[in-house]
Structures are given as structure tokens and as C-alpha cells.
Design a protein around this ligand. Structure first.
Ligand code: MTE
Ligand code: HPA
Ligand code: MOS
Length: 761
């Protein structure tokens, strides 16, 4: 089945926040944001702006009716600066004007006097100064200290990995409308309807039942709108509350890049110990997460880094510690993989480090240490591992030895072009690591014409979840897809939503939709029995009745009833044609006092072979292929899932290669536009992406035995980093670049010629 949005997307007819028709009297918002990264506000000059024609109001922290607080996990983030600024881009004042142009022009006239304070941008410096967002988190398995003593080889090093700009096509924004009696209706571009509702409730002082949040669709979120959409919704809400007029804010790209947080950069120290056979016996790692100026989702991201710090390998002795370090950067946030990819980059670096020193291929070490079914993760859950199966299938289908030989032959024949090959196995846990978040709801109505409306807590952001929800309903009722419509996400229809995140949206909301449809269907079957056999006890016929392809079958033979007649009969009999269902993932739990539990419903496995060619004169490179065997379970929709794989891979490649977030020492974002921040374009995408589904029948907890697909493919992109490194070393065997992602062409150039890089400023 095609993605149900394809038709409208291609014709430009899909409706995003900025396409909504505006109500008369709408005011336009623009934020004046902090020009300094840290300091005390001495004075703020609003006079010129206030005197401009068309400026309706300027709102400061002191004007809020509710609390000046939007922190989700920890209440440490003011909506508007109050006394101090903590990062460049922090909202200080909200200007409301009759037009967008006026609002932006007014913002330009505002000045602020700030007494500067020390600016920290480096997480290790923050750590030294005790600037931690939360106490450290730690996972331990076995006994590393004694294990290291028995190791034949021990290697220590540092690995750094930078952040990433989300660059959703649709920038952040919201539209808030005052409703009768002092309530608010908020159109938001958010992954988290309830998160917005909560934040708006807090800053306005209104109870949640007075606030309706409505979401049509997002032009991408990638984690950047899990919590950070709250700011813009809350600002518009405050504006609407104080002016009693609709308020809209749709950020310009540079505002968005400057004011919002990104993927977390990490710096890490690792120590890896292997025995004679290259079995990893011990792994010790310390992560310094660059959280930015407030907690946002950093604590949860930090946890997922630990959950994935051994990737798809079994390590019997692990000691992993993670610090969330407060710096004067915009608060960093969720980004596809949610800290997992950063943890995986570090162990891959450690393995490559060991392999280079031992003179073996990294693949040798990787393969020997793959998780086997029943192996224990450092957090206590036992692996249902497909890691070996994926490796073996990929070797069969892509022939690793052949790929290696091709690479070596090419390198023997070419002086200035060098190829590199890396294998990147992945293992990604599916479920929110915070157990309570693993619940969802669906509301299904069957109308008297037989058509079906589905509402869930899922937010469509390009990942195709609405198509999957429609498939669940159409398949469960066995009716044509055209008879089902999936509606907007709205907090009045579906309350208390978890954000659409953790790759679990289709799993959770799909299961809830299934439960709702099944409940209606079981009532309908009883009606069918009563209609077909009015004299009998309905229970005796239920087994024989099925609804299939819009017909009612009895013992597999058509009856006089079809779907529409059945619906009509149920309505006449006053049987409910609606259902609101709730699903909670069974079996998941985690206890932070012991740092053990069973946090994930299941894991997604896979492996990619990544091949690159580096131009060793220019430092530029091309990704020749990414060949993957990926664990889809039983895919619900091949086209949607292939899109997720391709998109994820390219996003991961971008993170590892071209995309370089640069803040200077004053905390100013230098890569603040698409001219200075390079994302993959059509030339940067792999020449070939091969995707083979892992052949497996293993049952899992996901909808229709599919598996979550949103985030895991991003991590295949990590292979590109190590493939480039291999090509660099093919040209210059002494080269030993730092493990420091992304491997931009500039860094490749410097390492090819063993030049020292001075990046800092
Ligand atoms: N795909 C598109 N096109 N746009 C997005 O914003 N977000 C990713 C992934 N794929 C995203 C996407 C992220 S971060 C997650 S967690 C999942 O989709 C969320 O959707 P799912 O739970 O339905 O997979
Ligand atoms: N993944 C993604 N988003 C989240 C999570 C998670 O595990 N926990 C809270 N938000
Ligand atoms: Mo995705 S980072 O869980 O929104």
C-alpha cells in the first residue's frame, strides 16, 4: 500500500502549520533572544520597539500569568529569561505585532545590557567545575578491575562525537487561539501533544482541560520537536492569553538554528580489554554529555547512551559511567537514536583502535563478540539476539570477502583514490526507557455509512505512521483502505499521549487501534449472528462468522449481510459503533536503584557494509554503497519502511561526515545557516543502498509482528566514519586520526597529510 500522504505531498496540498488559514485579528510573534551566552541582565531597552506602529505588545518573564517554567524532566528552564541568560538564543522578550515583518523589525531595535559571566561550551570543563544536570548514571556488569588483569591486550583512548542540527524541513512554530471562556486552542508543530498541553498549562496557569492541542502533521521532527516545540507553543499561548487575540509564530530557519538545541555532542574515555582470541573481556567507558544550559531531555538521552554503550556485542565485564554536563549552549535534545548512536560510536572507536594496534581487521573483533541469544546486556535484560543471524545473512548475500578483495584491488591500482570498507552491526532497544511512557490510546468511530474514523496519539511527521494506523484498521475490519480515514492528533480526542518518539509510535498506537477495532468487531459479530439466526443463541455462531473484504461470511460463505448492512443493523439495535482503547506494553520495567531490569519490549538488529572512496588529494569522498541486512520483523509496509531506512542511513551519514555544528568560545553558533552547515545532498547520498530484510520468524511485541524502524537505520551511517578512516590509512598507513566525528573533508585532508588541526577557534 502506498503512503497515504504521497498524493498530497507531491501536489503540495498537504497542510502544515504555516498553511492554516489565519483568523482575523491574528498577531504575529517574534522572539528577542539573548545575544550573550551567560550573564546577568542589567537592563533591557524596549522603548523603540514599543513605539513602532503595529507593535501590539511586548511580553517579558514578569508578565506571565502562570509559572515561567517549561522544563520537562527537571524544572530548570525558564520560558523567558528572568534576571540571567544562559545561552545565546535564549528567549528574552516576545514581541507581538500586526504583521510578521513588523514583529521582526521591532525585535531588531531591542537591546539588552548584560553583565557577562563565564561561558562554558566544553562538557569536560563543565564537569571539572561540577556543573552537572543530574548525578552521574552508571551501569556495571561483572568485575572490570579483575577482568582487565587477565586481558592479553588493553587499549585506552578518547572518542568525541559532535552534535547534529535536526533541519526538519518545517521549522518550529505554533498558532494559539483564545477560546470562549478564557481557554486556548493551540495548533502546534510538535511530536508531543501532551507535552505542549502541559507546558501551556504551566505558563498560563490554566488547567489542562481548558487547553486543546491540535496537530495536523509535521514537516519532520527527528526528535527536535519532542520537547522543544513546547517553547513556541507556550510563547504563542502566553501571547494569546494576554492579548485575547490569536498569536502565530513560525520561525525563520536562522532563528530556528540559533535558538533550538540539537543532538548532544559527547566526549568519552574508553578502555577496552581483549584476550588472545580477541574476545572482549572488559570495557570501561566514561561519557561526558554536552547537555547545554538546561536539562530538557538530556537525562533520558544520557540513559540511552548507557543502554547502547556495548552496541550489538556481548561484553561480560562492563563499567559505564555517564555525566550530563551543563554548558552555555542551547539545551540539547532528542535526535533520532536518542543518545544511542553516540554510545555506539565510542565502542566502535574502541574496537577499531584495538584492531589497528593488533593488525587485524575490525570485522574480526566485531564478529567474535556479537551478542548470542541469552547473553546479558549491562542493564540486566537478556538478548534475544539476531546479531549473528544478520551478520551471516549479510555475508551470504553481499560476500564480505569479495568486498574486501575489491577494495584492496582498487587500492593497489590507484595512487590518489583510496577505498575503505567498514561493517556496522547495530542493536537498538525498542520502548521508551521510562517505562510509564509505553502506553497509547486510540479512538475508533464507525459511521452509519460504514466509513471509519481513526484517531490516535500518533503524530505524522513523515515517518508514515498514519498509513500504518490506517492499515491496522482496514486489516482488522477487513474493509477497503478507502473506507478508513486517519484524523489529526488532538488532545480532546486522545488524552495523555506519549510523544511520537522512540520509534515506538506505530507499535503503541497501532496496538491501541487494533484493540479498539477488535472490540467493535466483536460487537458486530454478535449483531451479525442475531441478524442471520434470530432464533438462536448468538454465542453458538460467533466462531463461524467472519467479516472479510467488506462481506459477512458464515463458514466462509457469503451471507446476505455486507459491512454496510451490518453497521446499519448494529445502529438500529443501538449497539455502540465507537471504541476508545488503551494499550500498555507488557513486561517492561527498569529499576534505577540497581540499574537493572527489562526496559525494552525487544531489540532491532542489523548490519551494514559501508564502502567509500576518498580523493586523497582533495580530502573529499563519496559513499559508494551501504548494503544492509535489516531486521524489519514482518514489515507492515515495505515502501514506508524502505523510506525510513534510506532516510535514516543518509541522516546518519551526514552526522558522521559533512554536518559540523560549530559554536565558538563565546557560545555563538557559527554554523547558523545552510551556507555554513552542510547536510547531505543528492551527490552525498550513497551510490547504492541495498536493503535485505533479515529472514526471521521470531515473534515480538510489535504490531502485526512488524518491528520499529524509525531510528535504528541511522546508526548504519556510523560505518561511513570508519570506512573513511580505513581509506585514509590505505593512503597514509601512519595516519592515526583522533576518533572525532564528523570526519569532514577538512579533517580527512589534514589527517591524510598528517597535519595538525586547530579547530577550536
Ligand atoms: N522520518 C521522517 N520522515 N520524519 C521524522 O521526523 N523522525 C524519526 C523517525 N523517522 C522522523 C522520521 C524519529 S527521531 C523517530 S523516534 C521516529 O521516526 C518516530 O516515529 P515512529 O515511532 O513512528 O517510528
Ligand atoms: N526515546 C525517545 N524519546 C524519549 C525516550 C526514549 O527512550 N524517553 C523519553 N523520551
Ligand atoms: Mo525520536 S529521537 O525518539 O523523536
Amino acid at each position: 500500500m502506498k503512503n497515504i500522504d504521497a498524493h498530497n505531498h507531491v501536489r503540495g496540498e498537504s497542510v502544515y502549520l504555516d498553511d492554516l488559514p489565519l483568523q482575523q485579528g491574528t498577531l504575529f510573534a517574534c522572539v528577542f533572544d539573548a545575544p550573550h551566552a551567560h550573564g546577568k541582565i542589567k537592563d533591557i531597552h524596549l522603548e523603540t520597539a514599543l513605539n513602532m506602529a503595529g507593535v501590539a505588545k511586548i511580553i517579558l518573564a514578569k508578565d506571565l500569568c502562570g509559572e515561567n517554567q517549561i522544563g520537562g524532566i527537571i524544572p530548570d528552564e525558564p520560558l523567558l529569561a528572568d534576571g540571567h541568560v544562559h545561552f545565546q538564543g535564549m528567549p528574552v522578550a516576545l514581541v507581538l505585532a500586526e504583521s510578521e515583518e513588523t514583529a521582526r523589525a521591532a525585535v531588531k531595535t531591542i537591546t539588552v545590557e548584560i553583565e557577562p559571566m563565564e561561558v562554558i561550551t566544553d562538557p569536560r570543563v563543565a564537569f571539572e567545575k561540577g556543573e552537572l544536570i543530574i548525578p552521574p548514571k552508571r551501569f556495571c556488569l561483572g568485575d572490570v578491575a579483575s577482568a582487565f588483569k587477565t586481558c592479553a591486550y588493553v587499549f585506552e583512548g578518547q572518542a568525541n562525537v559532535n552534535g547534529q542540527e535536526h533541519l526538519y524541513l518545517e521549522t518550529q512554530g505554533a498558532y494559539a487561539l483564545p477560546t470562549e471562556g478564557g481557554g486556548l486552542k493551540i495548533y502546534a508543530s510538535t511530536q508531543g501533544p501532551t507535552a505542549v498541553q502541559r507546558a501551556v498549562s504551566k505558563v498560563t496557569g490554566l488547567p489542562m482541560h481548558r487547553i486543546e492541542v491540535e496537530i495536523g502533521r509535521l514537516g519532520g521532527g527527528f526528535g527536535g520537536k519532542e520537547d522543544q516545540a513546547n517553547t513556541w507553543a507556550a510563547l504563542c499561548a502566553v501571547g494569546a492569553q494576554l492579548t485575547k487575540r490569536p498569536v502565530k509564530y513560525s520561525l525563520h530557519r536562522m532563528e530556528d538554528m540559533r535558538m533550538t538545541g540539537k543532538r548532544h555532542p559527547y566526549s568519552a574515555d574508553y578502555k577496552i580489554g581483549l584476550d588472545q582470541e580477541f574476545k572482549i573481556k572488559a570495557y570501561e567507558v566514561v561519557f561526558y554529555q554536552n547537555a547545554g544550559a538546561a536539562a530538557d531531555l538530556s537525562p533520558a538521552v544520557l540513559e540511552r547512551t548507557l543502554f547502547h554503550c556495548t552496541n550489538s556485542y556481548f561484553v561480560p565485564n562492563v563499567d559505564a559511567t555517564a555525566y550530563s554536563c551543563r554548558t552555555n549552549l542551547p539545551p540539547n535534545t532528542a535526535f533520532r537514536g536518542f543518545g544511542g548512536p553516540q554510545g555506539m560510536f565510542v565502542i566502535e572507536s574502541a574496537i577499531v583502535h584495538a584492531a589497528e594496534k593488533l593488525g587485524v581487521s575490525p570485522a574480526t573483533i566485531q564478529q567474535k563478540n556479537l551478542l548470542q541469544p541469552g547473553d546479558e546486556f549491562p542493564y540486566g535484560q537478556l538478548a534475544e539476539s539476531e546479531a549473528v543471524a544478520a551478520w551471516k545473512q549479510a555475508d551470504r548475500q553481499f560476500n564480505f570477502e569479495h568486498l574486501r578483495r575489491e577494495t584492496a584491488d582498487f587500492n593497489a591500482e590507484n595512487a590518489y583514490l583510496k577505498r575503505g570498507l567498514a561493517l556496522m552491526p547495530i542493536c537498538f532497544g525498542i520502548s521508551f526507557t521510562k517505562t510509564l511512557m509505553n502506553q497509547a490510546r486510540a479512538l475508533v468511530h464507525v459511521y452509519t455509512d460504514g466509513s471509519v474514523a481513526v484517531s490516535t496519539g500518533a503524530v505524522e511527521m513523515g515517518q508514515g505512521v498514519n498509513t500504518k494506523m490506517l492499515q491496522v484498521a482496514a486489516r482488522t475490519f477487513s474493509i477497503p483502505a478507502e473506507w478508513v480515514n486517519v484524523h489529526t492528533t488532538n488532545t480532546l480526542r486522545i488524552a495523555n499521549t506519549s510523544p511520537s518518539a522512540a520509534s515506538a509510535t506505530a507499535d503503541l498506537n497501532g496496538k491501541a487501534t487494533l484493540l479498539a477495532c477488535e472490540a467493535i468487531l466483536s460487537r458486530l459479530k454478535k449483531v451479525a449472528s442475531e441478524e442471520l439466526f434470530p432464533q438462536d443463541d448468538p454465542a453458538q455462531h460467533l466462531e463461524a462468522i467472519r467479516v472479510e473484504n467488506g462481506l459477512v461470511l458464515y463458514n466462509n460463505r457469503p451471507t446476505a449481510l455486507d459491512w454496510k448492512a451490518l453497521i446499519n443493523a448494529a445502529f438500529v439495535k443501538r449497539i455502540s459503533l465507537s471504541e476508545h482503547a488503551h494499550y500498555a506494553t507488557p513486561g517492561v520495567h527498569f529499576d534505577w536503584t540497581t540499574a537493572k531490569g527489562h526496559p525494552f519490549a525487544y531489540h532491532v538488529y542489523g548490519i551494514a557494509a559501508v564502502g567509500v572512496t576518498v580523493d586523497c588529494l582533495r580530502g573529499t569522498y563519496a559513499v559508494d554503497f551501504v548494503k544492509t541486512v535489516h531486521d524489519f520483523g514482518k514489515s507492515m509496509n515495505d515502501a514506508v519502511d524502505l523510506g525510513q531506512i534510506e532516510g535514516g542511513i543518509v541522516q546518519g551519514l551526514g552526522w558522521m561526515t559533512l554536518e559540523e555544528v560549530v559554536y565558538d568560545a563565546s557560545g555563538r553558533l557559527r554554523s547558523n545557516a545552510l551556507s555554513t552547515y552542510k547536510i547531505p545532498d543528492i551527490y552525498a547520498v550513497p551510490k547504492e543502498i541495498a536493503v535485505e530484510p533479515l529472514q526471521t520468524d521470531r515473534p515480538n511485541l510489535a504490531i502485526f509482528n512488524s518491528k520499529a524502524v524509525g531510528e535504528p537505520p541511522l546508526m548504519y551511517g556510523i560505518g561511513a566514519y570508519f570506512a573513511i578512516r580505513e581509506a585514509v590509512r590505505a593512503f597514509c598507513p601512519e595516519a592515526c586520526p583522533d576518533f572525532d566525528a564528523p570526519f569532514t573533508p577538512e579533517k580527512v585532508m589534514l589527517s591524510l597529510h598528517q597535519l595538525q588541526a586547530e579547530y577550536a577557534d
